[in-house]
Design a protein around this ligand. Structure first.
Ligand SMILES: [Zn+2]
Length: 382
């Protein structure tokens, strides 16, 4: 995703571009947890197998996960008074997928993966590595016990800001708002906020642009068109600072204290230290968790440096990998990540990883693209 140019955020407003009430066909309001994906047995997806069918060299399937829980973290009750949940894999679903992966391929941990790509270790012919993005409390509570039961070690990519301040990442705040308000309700709220904020109006008008619409559908192809446009607007178009202020206002108004929610939503140092001591790898996932193409070169360097520093100060100076927030890869981002000291960076390019892969562009495959978990959706894709 090299296409986003922050300079395009400066045109006049046009609120007609926002998805409006009645246009949406899918509401994400869904409080019927657990939201369990449909598990199907059998082998791995033919398309993934076809990629390497004639390749006799070793290949690694790097799998990416986000939410994993039976009941989403919650404190008190949300504003509506109803229980609230976020889509994701259930514990049973991920356990079943991991077991199926293990029947087909050999699990490896990140130190072995790194050594393999460095030519210092011979990987099994077909192997897999598990990775988890976003520093979610889910990962300590739901995932680690499943991994420990199976003697597996994974990579957990953490945004630095969750360790530095008690605040919800905008992406996750939006998931909770969508869960409470639905697409139409959140669209209405956004229109009201944008109408009252000149900073937000500076970018919002670009949204009727045909190319940006196709970007939205490409990036968020797993969502309804209305929700894809809404997420694209929030993450990729609106000015970051004004957007964050707006999301914080909406979150406090509809969901509750972001500080208190963040305590329950994200991993803290105690969990991270324990996970690392168990042999899991803790990597960086940006500091502010924004797409790097929205940053200047200097901002990319600053963001990568800050997350590297937080992890080094808290967990030691081990070699660490990085995963691009929103899978957004640019040359400036790669340069900044390497300069900050990360030794590898993972993308969301849907390919098997080869031993000679570019160390700053290692492909990963989302859990929803693996047929062992079919017709499931994650809310974020972040
Ligand atoms: Zn993310």
């Amino acid at each position: 995703m090299d296409s986003t140019d922050a300079s395009r955020c400066t045109d006049a407003p046009d609120s007609s571009s926002l998805p409006r009430r009645g246009q949406g066909t899918v509401s994400t309001r869904n409080c019927d947890l657990p939201i369990s994906p449909l598990i199907k047995g059998g082998g791995l997806v033919p398309k993934l197998e076809e990629q390497i069918s004639r390749d006799h060299s070793s290949r690694c399937l790097v799998v990416m996960y986000h939410y994993v829980h039976d009941v989403a973290p919650q404190i008190d009750q949300p504003a509506s008074g109803e229980p609230c949940g976020i889509r994701g894999l259930t514990r049973a679903a991920i356990a079943e997928q991991i077991d199926a992966l293990s029947r087909n391929y050999e699990p490896i941990d990140w130190p072995k993966f790194y050594a393999w790509t460095q030519g210092r270790w011979s990987a099994p012919h077909r192997c897999f590595l598990l990775t988890f993005d976003d520093g979610l409390a889910d990962h300590a509570e739901s995932v680690v016990p499943i991994l420990q039961d199976r003697g597996l070690r994974s990579v957990f990519f953490v945004p630095g800001t969750i360790l530095a301040r008690r605040q919800m990442l905008s992406a996750h705040a939006v998931h909770l708002l969508l869960n409470l308000l639905g697409v139409d309700g959140l669209s209405d709220e956004l229109q009201r906020e944008i109408a009252q904020d000149a900073d937000l109006q500076s970018a919002e008008g670009r949204y009727d642009n045909e190319n940006e619409d196709s970007d939205a559908l490409r990036i968020y192809g797993y969502e309804s068109p209305e929700l894809a446009r809404l997420k694209h607007l929030i993450t990729w178009r609106l000015p970051i600072d004004a957007r964050n202020r707006m999301i914080e206002r909406l979150f406090e108004r509809h969901v509750g204290s972001a500080a208190r929610w963040s305590d329950h939503w994200y991993l803290g140092w105690k969990s991270l230290v324990e996970m690392q001591s168990m042999g899991h790898t803790i990597g960086g996932h940006g500091f502010d968790h924004e797409p790097y193409s929205r940053f200047s070169v200097e901002e990319c360097r600053n963001d990568a440096f800050r997350v590297a520093s937080v992890l080094r100060d808290g967990l030691g100076a081990d070699a660490r990998p990085f995963s691009y927030p929103f899978g957004d890869v640019t040359s400036a981002a790669s340069e900044a990540i390497a300069r900050a000291g990360f030794v590898q960076a993972f993308t969301t390019e849907k390919q098997w990883a080869a031993q000679n892969a570019d160390p700053l562009r290692i492909p990963r495959i989302d859990t929803i693209s693996i047929p062992l978990v079919s017709e499931s959706k994650t809310c974020c894709g972040v």
